[in-house]
Every structure is written in C-alpha cells, then in structure tokens.
Design a protein around this ligand. Structure first.
Ligand code: ZN
Length: 406
C-alpha cells in the first residue's frame, strides 16, 4: 500500500480543499480510520456533528468516494483531503480491517424544488433589464419571499446571497447572484462539473455591429476561489468599453482565455449583460482581421480629456448604484513626476494623479508613452485618481498590469 507525503497530498488535492482538509485533520475530525488492502475508510465529522463516510483507494491511482455532495465537483473533497492528510501523517492510526468495508452511498442528487431557483433567475433577469434604479419595494419584498423558499429548499448559500443582495443591491451583487443562481440551477438538475463554464456565459441582450479592439488582457481572483480572466475592448462605433470575462474554478490545470491582441474584431452577433459600463460581453459571431500598425489611432482619437472626464465621473457618481470606479480612456500627451507622485498630463495641461503602487517600475517606464491611458478612475482622498491598466497608442498596447498582450 502506498504511503503518501504531505506534499503528495497537496499535489493531488485542489487548493482550498487541501487547506480545509489540513484544518479538519488538525481539529481531530477524522475518526474511525481503517484500512483493507489498498483501501482506506474513515468517518469525517462536520462541526454540526454530521459525519461523512470516506472511502479512498490508495493504489497506483488515488481515488476517493464520499457521502458528501462536493465530491461530485472535485476529485478530493475536504473530507477525502482530511483522510489523506491523516494517512500521510501516520498510517499506523488506520487499523487493519478483517473484510472489505462497504462503499459509502453517493450523495443524493438535490431533491429540492428547482422551481425556486428558476423563479429567482427570472426575477434577476427582469431586474437586470429594468435596471437597479428601478428596484422597487415590491421586488425587494418578492426577493425576501424567495429567500425563505430557497432556504427551506436547501439552497442555503444561494439564499444567503439573495439576502445580501436585497439588503445592498449593487450591480456587482446582482451579477454575482445571477451566476450563483445559474450554477445552482444547473447543479440541481444536471452535471455540476460545468459550473465554472456556466459562470462564464452571461445572459443578456443581443447586440450587433460592434468594432472592437482589445485594450487590456488580464487576470484576477475572486474571494470565492474563481480565477477571472478578461479582455477589455474599445468599440470604435460607440466609444464604449466592453469586457469579456472567463471564470474558472481555481485549480492547477485550466484553459486560458484567448487574447485578441492586434486583431480588428467585427462583431456580427453577441450578447451584452445589463449593468454599468464596462458591460460584459459574450462574443458569438465575430470576423477577425489583423490590425495594422495605425490600427489603434482611432482609439486614441476617441479618448477623453481630463476635464471632460471629471464631468463624466461627476455624472457617474450621481447615479446611486454606480460602482465606485469608472473605466475610461484618457488622452495623454505626457507624464510628470511631482512631489513623488506620477501625473498624467493631457493636451491642455490638465493633470490626473496615477496610482502605480505594486506595478513594477520597468512596466511603468515602458507604459509612459503618449496616447490614451486606459484606467479605472476612483475618487480618493479628495481627488480623482487613475488606476492604470494599459496605454493605447498608435502601433499597439502597452500593459501596466495584467498579461502582456501577446
Ligand atoms: Zn466529502
């Protein structure tokens, strides 16, 4: 029978599950450990005293079965991870069994009423279409009723998100809730492995005839363990910024989102998610052409002066549900360092402070080219400030943050 080191276990188990498994093991939740030939069995206790039966084959391949639900989403759930950790620490604590233990019954497929989630989804779509500013008392009350229904149907985490959204209906909370509802609906009816993929597909309105150039390509992480990759696009026809994102459960191997660097995209069909700019976009039918060196000049021409931007930001902030930051392209004729701070200078000499904490100096130096600065604008310490993403100029895009656009 194979012995495993803690490093072996960490390699096998998805991050997050591994850390929780260690925690469970440390708190003595792995009980009734036994072994029979290449098999390990254990009962892993939850905080509420419920136990999950874990069954692990530790032969050539390591495989887990557990009576919990999350084992359908990952090869090793927290309970299996905890047993593997216990095994790696001291195999002697697993007593030899005289016969083959009984395999744990797989977790029942959710038997909740999927209609509760379906109504939630319909309501969220309506809210998305109408806009958050039209979220009346009546809808909030309906959401609260749904919260109760979801809780009694066993969708406890989703119910929690509904309550959060009803209390503080921000666009981010809405988007989050839409994805959570779609995921829950899918998990309750179909194969939950597509959860990550599903979250990458925004619902939305059909949109046609966009001409997009990618102006930023980057990656970040969400608090609930998803990896988010995004392309930010400038639409030459409307002057609007759009974003296409791909969400993945965080794990070691994963598909990278495609970058559209140096391509001229003619979108014949797509869908946009309702919400504040930059609106989320799903590309469906796109004609791609290579972009010549002068290709980005249209983006630079369409960028905004600092003064015009202050006005736009002022309007943005008057909308009660607008996010804290607004994405924009600011025309840049140069940069200036004053009092240890970096400022963008536009053609009329107006200054805009740039926040570049955490950005490597060599990236900053490369990106200090005249053109247009693609940035998130935030109001902080009494001033409008730019959190830079990239510089767009004739000849290409230079990233400040995110991935090189190659
Ligand atoms: Zn489990």
């Amino acid at each position: 029978m194979r012995t495993l080191s803690i490093d072996d276990v960490e390699r096998l188990v998805e991050p997050g599950y591994f850390e929780r498994g260690v925690g469970y093991c440390d708190r003595g939740r792995v009980t009734e450990t036994g072994r029979w030939r290449d098999r390990l069995v254990a009962e892993v206790l939850e905080r509420d005293g419920d136990g999950h039966r874990v069954f692990l084959d530790v032969g050539e391949r390591v495989r887990a079965t557990c009576s919990c639900r999350s084992i359908r989403r990952t090869p090793f759930c927290t309970h299996a991870a905890a047993v593997l950790v216990a095994w790696s620490r001291d195999p002697r604590t697993f007593r030899r069994l005289s016969r083959n233990p009984e395999r744990p019954a797989p977790a029942p497929v959710r038997s909740e009423d999927p209609e509760a989630v379906a109504s939630l989804r319909r309501m969220l779509e309506e809210i998305g279409e109408a806009g958050l500013s039209h979220l009346g008392e009546e809808r909030v009350a309906a959401l609260r009723r749904l919260w109760g229904g979801l809780r009694t149907s066993g969708f406890r985490r989703l119910a929690g998100r509904v309550a959060e959204f009803a209390a503080r209906p921000t666009p981010e909370a809405l988007v989050d809730l839409v994805f959570a509802a779609r995921g829950a609906q899918r998990a309750s009816s179909e194969d939950p492995r597509h959860f990550g993929e599903l979250r990458s597909t925004p619902p939305g309105k059909p949109i046609r005839e966009l001409r997009l150039l990618q102006i930023h390509f980057g990656e970040n992480h969400t608090a609930d363990g998803f990896r988010v990759q995004s392309s930010h696009f400038f639409d030459l026809t409307s002057g609007e910024i759009f974003v296409e994102t791909l969400l993945h459960p965080r794990r070691r191997t994963w598909d990278r989102k495609r970058s559209y660097a140096d391509l001229d995209l003619h979108v014949r069909e797509g869908r946009v998610h309702p919400g504040f700019s930059p609106r989320r976009l799903k590309l469906i039918d796109v004609v791609e052409r290579p972009l010549g060196p002068e290709g980005y000049s249209g983006v630079v021409k369409a960028s905004t002066s600092v003064t015009a931007l202050r006005d736009r930001y002022g309007e943005w902030r008057r909308e009660p549900l607008a996010p804290r930051s607004m994405e924009a392209l600011v025309r840049t004729s140069g940069y200036l360092v004053r009092g240890g701070r970096l400022f963008l200078v536009d053609e009329s000499g107006d200054l805009l402070p740039i926040e570049c904490e955490g950005i490597p100096v060599r990236r900053i130096v490369r990106a200090l080219a005249p053109g247009a600065l693609h940035a998130r604008l935030v109001f902080r310490e009494g001033a409008l400030r730019a959190e830079p993403l990239s510089t767009v100029r004739e000849g290409g895009v230079i990233p400040w943050t995110g991935d090189p656009l190659s």
